[in-house]
Write a protein that binds this ligand. Sequence first.
Ligand code: SAM
Ligand code: SF4
Ligand code: SF4
Length: 382
Amino acid sequence: MLARVIPLMEHRQFVERQLAHSFAESLPTTDVRDRLQRPLRDLRISVTDRCNFRCAYCMPKEVFGSDYQYLPHSSLLSFEEITRVARQFVALGVRKIRLTGGEPLLRKNLEELLVQLAALRTPDGQAIDLTMTTNGSLLSRKARTLKAAGLNRVTVSLDALDEAVFKRMNDVDFPVAKVLEGIEAAQAAGIANIKVNMVVKRGVNDHEVLAMARFFQGTGVALRFIEFMDVGSTNGWNMDAVLPSEEIVRTLNEHMPLVRLPVSAAGETAQRWGYAGPSGQHLPSLGEIGVISSVTQAFCGDCNRARLSTEGRLFTCLFAGQGFDLRQLLRRSNPTIDYQMASTIASIWQRRSDRYSQLRARMPPRGPGESMSKPEMSYIGG
Ligand code: SAM
Ligand code: SF4
Ligand code: SF4
């Protein structure tokens, strides 16, 4: 069993130092920027490190077996704590919050958290964009209450339509039909913006790309193809298993003509392509696809995402070895804690210069037994 990534720095000392700095030089603003002038716009919150699937690219069974030590409940941020932290992020520029995990729908009474987050307002009085990434296994049961609690978008992960391929990928024998039921339930509940994420692994599910595109074309659901990433240190990643997005677009375009769509939001991870109609122009009724080329065309340049782990550590990059312990700050009884937290977050963001994916190709190859300390996707949130 592998241990969870233990941050190397002594967090208590670090936070004390951050506080001293933050009061001195980085009073919170409503538009904090990092060293590369990237704003803070998107917060991903992992609400649990547990999952009922065992996708080999994320939580391989050999590592996340029955003896795996998940975080005890007392380490998890409570909903009130999550909301309190999220409020500070929104004050500093965050406009979009995504709940993730592990499998977020395994966290009991998640609707209560959604209600609290949906009530947050930006400094100019706007509601935030609230979304969730889920494996869809519990969505058919929960779609209506999630919508009523304030969820306005959802991303459902589905890696194949072929039953055998999908079961092999989730590795718990979970059927495709149940996930599709979840997507239909989300549509019926009135969740207007639904996306489907497909992680594509060469030689595993790449032959499903066309079938998935045909299935979702014209349904109002945007399908997004994600390159298999080297997150964490347990998924046996290697470049040979990555199917470059360019190949996917080329293949699809041969069967279902595509036209490039403009960027719809700064910091958007997906490159968007629309299905073309007979005129050769994008025909909106046919919908669109997206490709997320995290490996072959890194998009660190405008990365505006922060991640809050299940136990309240702030990560400024999916590949950051260390997280900053905000929980410790939260659990101190101090009336100025919210102000301190905003200052600390601002200060951490202002020092950020992460661009792992851009640098990946330039990194020297690692020797046998050498590995970089990277958090697991199920812990940090995708
Ligand atoms: N359990 C939920 C789910 O699967 O949608 C939410 C958490 S999951 C970590 C978030 C997203 O990360 C999913 O769309 C998943 O497919 C993606 N993901 C996980 N490991 C990945 C990897 N190694 N490469 C690319 N995407 C990955
Ligand atoms: Fe679970 Fe999502 Fe990871 Fe699959 S990708 S193991 S569903 S957390
Ligand atoms: Fe953002 Fe880090 Fe991913 Fe680059 S590698 S896009 S900085 S999370």
